[in-house]
Each structure stands twice: as structure tokens, then as C-alpha cells.
Design a protein around this ligand. Structure first.
Ligand code: NCW
Length: 477
């Protein structure tokens, strides 16, 4: 088992001038203003307003109020020296019911955001879907229906027509693994279904949506952007004699079921066999794989931690580590016999183990598999239980653990680059504390603190550390 070691504490490593340092957020997690300017309800409005689904009954109704504070937030990004900003567009602001005419006020908001970024010299990295599906589409089957994939392509076209002269990088989907398996398999995320067959249908329709959206965007954009997909690929460590079999299953369901159709134009045969008792895959129609297999310019990597697996031998209780309890029985269709072992610490406040070697391994492995496709870390960061102290001239957050986490992971990324990986940039998750899905506001990932009473933004020490990294191109000592 790889433990974090002093090896991942190097400082002074130089990232060069071309590396793009930025930070990331997502619409439902920060915007608030859920009923303003014609925005329709999304599955996360419904889910968060359903008692028992989100910690403390928290909702995204107000969140960080970014919708009203966008100018202030842009100024903050500029003060930190961000070179890029990865944000997501709320589909229900653009098409309140998911289909039909565009809502001008919704488009105008993202227009202002993109112009505000460009005016400050910050590159816009736009994600089309970070989980806020219009509720009306869910009512018609959501991601279990192929109509949703075609609706997504229409939405992509509308957004591309409006912003397609200014966005630098387009990402179709954020972490479709979460949308499919947490949304339709374990029920931990909206819409909260628990059906393995639905989860696999969702996998395919998300893949199809990706391909159709890339095709639609390419037809309408007028600048020369990069097209990408962002995946939360699992770094899987095998344990004991059955580890390899367990790893094959989890890598299949978590990684290859997205990478193979998108980048190779095939579905992994072993995954289809493993899941044959759950679904017959008849949702894959002739021609779908060609549609999914569109050229992409960049693979977006979200990395947080690793998993260690082996097969359950049927005796005693099946081991499921704390961080995986959410997954329930149906989340890994075809891999329900896999045990997720408790990882060695340390852990973040999410219960996720800290293992920067996983990031190096993942980047190197992707580069080996797809040597011609550059990579970008589209998310990395950590939640910790921050404390606010009086700094004399105002409140301060001395988040040494988050700085240490970031330092180790930037070091790991640099090491991967030294091994030949074409890594173009790094977007820290997250610019500010925000609505952490099922955990509500209880988990804070921001490098900027948000006081949810006053909505004041307070840059944490990690934000100042990051500003120094961006300015000097070197990991501060
Ligand atoms: S929950 C999650 N996250 C966090 C979220 O804030 C962000 O929107 C996502 O892109 C931070 O980054 C992503 N990812 C889900 C990871 C799955 C963990 C599942 C553990 C087993 C239950």
C-alpha cells in the first residue's frame, strides 16, 4: 500500500509559463437565485427539498449567492491571479424545462461571466453539465431515456451559439460516474433512484450525450477551443489473491465504461458480461458508438483519493470502507461482490484518504493509454474542518492541512510531467466553500471561506499560497 511520504513534499518545482493555473466551481453549488430570471427547477432542487436527502435539510436556494455577487467573485479571482476559471452552466437557466426556446436572461448571465473573465485576463473553461438536470426532463425518464441525450445536444448548440466565440475549453459532462451510479444506482445523489439497470442505461445515455454535444459544439463555435470530458477515474489498488479480479470489475465500471466508448469507440466486453444479469444493453443502438467516439482535445481528470479492493469470499460481513457506504448495494451493478477496504489515513473531512501517488499513477497511466491526448487536472482539493480566527485586521483561516494537501498533489502532478505526461493545467476545487451535494454546507472545499450568514468571502491561507504558486510558477516552500 502506498503511503504518502516526504517524497510528495518537494517545493520549488517549476511549472513553466504555459501551465494554466485556475480554480473550479459548479452552478448549483454556488449560484443560489434558483427561481430568478426564468430558471426552471432542477433535480437537485427537488432532491434537496426532499426531507432526509441532504444533511441538515440544506438546499442550494441561496448557496454562495454567486448569481448576485458575480462581479465581486470575478474581482476575487483576479486578486488571486487565477489564469483560468472552470465554471458550469445551469441547463435550467438556459432551457427551464430542458427543451424548447432559450431563456435570454439565463444566457445573459453567462455572457456577463465570460466577458468578466476575459476582461480580467482569465480563461473561461465551461462545463455544460455538472448535475443540475432540468426536472422536467427527469419526469420524462432523465438519463435513463435516450431523448435526454438528444435534448442535451440541443442545449449544447444553444450555449455554443452564444458563447462559442469566447470560451477556451468546453467540457461536456462533469463526472458522469456520479450522475449514473450515485443518481440512479445508490440513490445518494439526485434523482435518488436505486436500480442497477437504470444506472447502466444512464451511463450509456451520458456517453451518447457527450458525443452528440461535442458534435453540436464543433458545428457552431467560431473560435478555436478545446473540447473535453471530465471524469472521476478511480485509482484502484488490488489487495490479495482476488484483488486483480476486483480491480478489473471496478476499473471496468468506473473508468473503461466511459473511456472506451469516448476514446476508442467500443464498450468493454468484460463489463457487458459482468452486468449481463442486470441489463441486456439493448439501450445501445446501431451507430451510437460512432456518435460517442468524437475526437477530444483534452481529458479532464478529477482526482481526490484511491480505493483498495478484493472479492468478498461470502463469509462474515462484507467489508465496505466508510467513504463507500453511500454506494449501497445497487451502485456497482455486476460488482456487488467487491469489498472496498478501509484505506490507511490520513483522511480529509470527507473521509477520503490522502494519497498523492494516486494522482501521479493516474496521469501516467492515462498518458500511456492515450499518448496523443493532453490532460488537465480539472479538480483536485480537499475538505477540512476549517477554523476562523481573529487575525487582528479581520478573520483568518490558517488551513495548513489544505496547503499540505495541495502541495503534495501539485508535486505529484509535476512528477508525472517529468515522466513525460502532457499536463496542460490544474483547476483547484474549489474557489470557494459551497453546497457539497448530500453533505450540504457541512463540508468546506474552498480556498476562500464563505460565511453563510453574511455571505462574506474570506481568502484562506491556502488561497494566498496558491496565488504565490501562480505568480512564481513554483511550489512555495
Ligand atoms: S462529491 C464529488 N465531488 C465533490 C463535488 O463538490 C464536486 O462537484 C465534484 O465534481 C468534489 O469533487 C467532486 N465527487 C464524488 C466522488 C465520489 C466519491 C464516492 C465515494 C464513494 C461513495
Amino acid at each position: 500500500m502506498t503511503m504518502q511520504s516526504a517524497d510528495y513534499r518537494d517545493s520549488g518545482l517549476d511549472f513553466g509559463r504555459d501551465f494554466v493555473f485556475g480554480s473550479a466551481t459548479a452552478s448549483y453549488q454556488i449560484e443560489g437565485a434558483v427561481a430568478e430570471d426564468g430558471r426552471g427547477p432542477s433535480i437537485w432542487d427537488t432532491f434537496s427539498h426532499t426531507p432526509g436527502k441532504v444533511w441538515n435539510g440544506d438546499t442550494g436556494d441561496v448557496a454562495c449567492d454567486h448569481y448576485h455577487r458575480v462581479e465581486e467573485d470575478l474581482d476575487l479571482m483576479q486578486r488571486l491571479g487565477l489564469e483560468s476559471y472552470r465554471f458550469s452552466i445551469a441547463w435550467p437557466r438556459i432551457q427551464p424545462t430542458g427543451t424548447g426556446e432559450a431563456n435570454e436572461a439565463g444566457l445573459a448571465f453567462y455572457d456577463r461571466l465570460v466577458d468578466g473573465l476575459l476582461a480580467r485576463g482569465i480563461r473561461p473553461i465551461a462545463t455544460l453539465y455538472h448535475w443540475d438536470l432540468p426536472q422536467a426532463l427527469e419526469d420524462a425518464g432523465g438519463w435513463t431515456s435516450r431523448d435526454t441525450s438528444f435534448a442535451f445536444a440541443e442545449y449544447a448548440r444553444i450555449v455554443g451559439e452564444r458563447l462559442g466565440d469566447r470560451v477556451s475549453v468546453w467540457t461536456t459532462l462533469n463526472e458522469p460516474w456520479c450522475s449514473a451510479y450515485l443518481g440512479y444506482g445508490s440513490g445518494a445523489h439526485a434523482p435518488g433512484h436505486t436500480d442497477g439497470a437504470e444506472a447502466l442505461a444512464a451511463v450509456h445515455h451520458l456517453n451518447l450525450a457527450h458525443g452528440l454535444a461535442v458534435r453540436a459544439l464543433r458545428e457552431v463555435v467560431t473560435n478555436d477551443p478545446e473540447f473535453s470530458i471530465t471524469l472521476n477515474l478511480h485509482v484502484v489498488r488490488p489487495d490479495g489473491p482476488t484483488g486483480a479480479e476486483a480491480a478489473r470489475r471496478i476499473e471496468g465500471l468506473a473508468n473503461r465504461v466511459f473511456l472506451d466508448p469516448m476514446l476508442r469507440g467500443t464498450y468493454p466486453a468484460d463489463v457487458m458480461e459482468d452486468t449481463a444479469a442486470v441489463t441486456d444493453w439493448s439501450f445501445v443502438h446501431d451507430g451510437d458508438l460512432e456518435l460517442i467516439h468524437q475526437p477530444v482535445d483534452l481529458i479532464g481528470v478529477n482526482y481526490y483519493s484511491t480505493v483498495t479492493v478484493r472479492m468478498w469470499d461470502g463469509s462474515g460481513e462484507k467489508v465496505v470502507a466508510d467513504g463507500h457506504k453511500d454506494m449501497g448495494g445497487t451502485a456497482w451493478p455486476g460488482a456487488d461482490g467487491v469489498e472496498f477496504l478501509q484505506q490507511p489515513g490520513p483522511y480529509t473531512a470527507m473521509g477520503w484518504n490522502i494519497d498523492p501517488s494516486g494522482l501521479e499513477d493516474l496521469l501516467v497511466s492515462l498518458h500511456e493509454q492515450f499518448p496523443d491526448t493532453p490532460l488537465m487536472v480539472t479538480e483536485n482539493g480537499a475538505a477540512f474542518d476549517d477554523e476562523v480566527v481573529d487575525g487582528g485586521d479581520g478573520p483568518r483561516v490558517h488551513d495548513a492541512e489544505r496547503i499540505d494537501y495541495l502541495r503534495r498533489h501539485f508535486t505529484a502532478a509535476h512528477r508525472a510531467m517529468a515522466r513525460g505526461v502532457d499536463l496542460r493545467g490544474y483547476q483547484v476545487w474549489s474557489l470557494m466553500d459551497n453546497f457539497e451535494w448530500g453533505y450540504g454546507y457541512s463540508k468546506r472545499f474552498g480556498i476562500v471561506r464563505v460565511d453563510y450568514e453574511t455571505l462574506e468571502r474570506i481568502p484562506k491561507d491556502s488561497a494566498l499560497w496558491y496565488a504565490e504558486l501562480i505568480r512564481t510558477r513554483r511550489i512555495p516552500g
